[in-house]
Design a protein around this ligand. Structure first.
Ligand code: SF4
Length: 62
């Protein structure tokens, strides 16, 4: 599975970082960075990140 973040929507508040630090991080400028490829072991936490994003910016697809 892969994630994609619509950076035009993302507000960089970091809720996804708390849910899935495996794939999401805030950089030194507090802007979101992410790893698109999702390991199976991290799939559930990435699903949680998708669910908590307040602006529905994260898409998960195979
Ligand atoms: S939760 Fe959504 S809006 Fe917040 S940083 Fe993550 S992708 Fe961006």
């Amino acid at each position: 599975m892969r994630v994609q973040v619509n950076m035009d929507r993302c507000q960089h508040y970091g809720q996804c970082v708390f849910e899935a630090p495996s794939n999401f991080a805030l950089n030194d400028e507090d802007l979101l960075e992410y790893v698109a490829e999702v390991d199976d072991a991290n799939l559930e936490e990435v699903r949680s990140a998708v669910a908590v994003c307040p602006v529905q910016a994260i898409t998960l697809r195979s």
